[in-house]
Design a protein around this ligand. Structure first.
Ligand code: SAM
Length: 455
C-alpha cells in the first residue's frame, strides 16, 4: 500500500480515537516513515484536506449511502472520506483513489466491508466533482449553504458573521460582506511563517520577508526545522498575527530599563520568546507563567536560547492578583480560547469545538483578565489577546472589564499596529484590532491594549 495513504489513514484514526492533534501526529509519522518530500506532501494533503472538509464529504457520501453514519464502522467511514477527498478535490487517478481506499478498509480488519466501500466510491466516480457539489448544496440557502459549501459547523459560521459585522466587514448598504472570503481562506492550507527573534536573527538571515510583521519570514517550504536559524532557536514557527500581538505590547511605547513584564498564559512559548527578545535590549525582564507543566516545559525550551533565560513558573494565572498586585509594567494575557481564528492550521479543530465550550472559556478569560488588571502597575499596559474572533471571547470580555474598572482605558490598538506592521492593515475603527486570514494572511487574532491610569 502506498505509504502516504497509510499514514494519512493513521492520522484520521488517531484524531478520531485518541483525540490527537493532526499537526502533532503527522510530523511524527512522517519522520518515522522517512518519506521523501513528494510523498510527505501527499500524505499532508490527504490527511489535512480530508479532516478540514469532512463535513462536506459526509454530505456527499450521505447522498450515496442509504444508512445512518453512526451504524458504519468508523474505520470504513475514514477510508470513504479519504477516498472522497481524492475523487472530489484532488487530481488523483480514479483507480488509485478507489483501489487504495478499499485496501485501507481491508488493512483495518474490515475485509467484509470492502465490497461496500468499493461500491460507494465507484458511485462517486460516475459524476463529476461539480455535479456532486451541486447535488450536495441543492435546496440550501444562506448560512446553511455557506456552512455546507465551506465545511464549517453552522454555529461557527454564525459567530464569524457576527464578528465580521462588529469589525465593519459585514453586509452593508446592499454590498456583500466578507464572510465567504473568510470561510474560503479557512479551507486553504496556509504557508508556514517564521519569526526572526530580534537580536538573535535578522529576517534576511532566516529567509524571505513575510506579509505584515517586521520580524516575519515566509518559510521556504519543506520542514521548517531544517532552517539553520530555526534549528538554533533563533527563529521560530509563528503566525504573523501572533507576532504582531506580542509586538503590540513590546513596541507600543519605549521600554524603560528595569520594567517587569509578565506573560500570564505562556505555553508553548511562542510569544514569550518574542517578548524576551524585545525585552532584553531595553533592560526589561520577562516572567513567564503557564498552568500545565508539560506546556511550561515547552516554554522553558523556547526561552533556553536567551542568556540568561527568563524565569518560567507554573500555576494558575489568577493567583497573580493576590501574589503580585501592581507588580508588572506590561502584561500579555494570551487567553485560552476556542481557537476559531486558527482553523486553517488545525484541520480537525472545527469539528471538535462545540458551542458549549464558549461559556466556560469566557468565564476563565474574564477571571484571568481580572487577575492581569490587578497585577498591572498603575501606568502599566496590558494586551488582551485571543486567537479567536468570537465576540463572546473578545469584545465582550474586554467591555465587561472596562465597565468594571474605571482605572482602565482602551488604547487605540489599530493605531499602534499601524506603526509596527510592514503594510497598511486597514483595520477596523478600534480601539480593538481584529486580524483576519482573508484580509491579512494571518490567523484571526484579536488584540486589545489596555492602559491602567497612574494613581
Ligand atoms: C492561547 S495559549 C497561549 C499561547 C502562547 N502565548 C504562545 O504564543 O505560545 C493559552 C495557554 O494558557 C494556558 N492556561 C489555561 N488556563 C490557564 C490558567 N488558569 N492560568 C495560566 N495559564 C492557563 C493553556 O495551558 C495554554 O498553554
Amino acid at each position: 500500500m502506498q505509504p502516504a495513504r497509510r499514514i494519512a489513514y493513521e492520522v484520521l484514526r488517531a484524531v478520531r480515537e485518541d483525540d490527537a492533534y493532526a499537526n502533532l501526529v503527522l510530523p511524527a509519522l512522517l519522520a518515522e516513515a522517512r518519506l521523501d518530500s513528494a510523498d510527505a506532501a501527499l500524505a499532508t494533503e490527504l490527511a489535512y484536506g480530508t479532516l478540514r472538509l469532512r463535513g462536506y464529504y459526509d454530505r456527499v457520501l450521505s447522498l450515496v449511502i442509504d444508512r445512518d453514519f453512526s451504524k458504519l464502522d468508523p474505520e470504513v467511514l475514514d477510508a470513504l472520506r479519504l477516498g472522497a477527498h481524492q475523487l472530489l478535490s484532488m487530481r488523483v487517478a480514479v483507480h488509485a483513489a478507489v483501489g487504495e481506499s478499499v485496501a485501507l478498509v481491508g488493512s483495518a480488519g474490515k475485509g467484509s466491508a470492502k465490497g461496500f466501500a468499493n461500491g460507494v466510491l465507484r458511485t462517486l466516480t460516475r459524476s463529476s466533482p461539480e455535479e456532486w457539489h451541486a447535488r450536495a448544496l441543492a435546496g440550501l440557502t444562506g448560512d446553511d449553504r455557506l456552512a455546507a459549501e465551506y465545511a464549517h459547523p453552522p454555529w461557527v459560521v454564525a459567530a464569524f458573521r457576527e464578528a465580521l459585522a462588529a469589525d465593519g466587514r459585514g453586509e452593508r448598504d446592499g454590498r456583500g460582506g466578507q464572510l465567504e472570503s473568510l470561510l474560503a481562506a479557512d479551507t486553504e492550507a496556509p504557508y508556514v511563517s517564521l519569526a526572526a527573534l530580534p537580536g538573535l536573527a535578522t529576517v534576511g538571515e532566516v529567509g524571505e520577508p513575510g506579509e505584515v510583521s517586521p520580524v516575519g519570514v515566509r518559510s521556504a517550504g519543506g520542514d521548517p526545522a531544517a532552517n539553520p536559524m530555526v534549528a538554533r532557536g533563533r527563529a521560530r514557527v509563528q503566525d504573523e498575527g501572533s507576532q504582531l500581538a506580542a509586538l503590540a505590547l513590546s513596541r507600543c511605547r519605549p521600554i524603560v530599563a528595569g520594567e517587569r513584564w509578565l506573560d500570564l498564559c505562556a505555553g508553548p512559548g511562542g510569544k514569550a520568546a518574542l517578548l524576551a527578545a524585545e525585552a532584553a535590549p531595553g533592560g526589561a525582564t520577562l516572567l513567564a507563567n503557564e498552568l500545565i507543566p508539560t506546556r511550561a516545559r515547552l516554554v522553558r525550551n523556547a526561552l533556553a536560547v536567551f542568556d540568561p533565560p527568563p524565569e518560567v513558573v507554573e500555576g494558575d494565572g489568577t493567583r497573580f492578583a493576590i501574589d503580585a498586585p501592581g507588580a508588572f509594567d506590561r502584561i500579555l494575557l494570551d487567553a485560552p480560547c476556542t481557537g476559531l481564528g486558527a482553523l486553517r492550521r488545525r484541520p480537525e479543530a472545527r469539528w471538535r469545538k462545540q458551542p458549549s465550550d464558549v461559556d466556560g472559556l469566557t468565564r476563565l478569560q474574564g477571571a484571568l483578565l481580572e487577575a492581569a488588571i490587578a497585577a498591572l502597575k498603575p501606568g502599566g499596559i496590558l494586551a488582551y489577546v485571543t486567537c479567536s474572533p468570537h465576540l463572546a471571547e473578545t469584545r465582550r470580555v474586554v467591555d465587561a472589564a472596562l465597565a468594571a474598572h474605571p482605572e482602565l482605558t482602551a488604547v487605540d490598538t489599530p493605531a499602534v499596529l499601524a506603526e509596527i506592521a510592514t503594510r497598511d492593515l486597514q483595520l477596523g475603527a478600534g480601539p480593538a484590532a481584529q486580524l483576519w486570514p482573508h484580509a491579512h494572511g494571518t490567523d484571526a487574532m484579536f488584540i486589545q491594549l489596555l492602559a491602567k491610569v497612574e494613581s
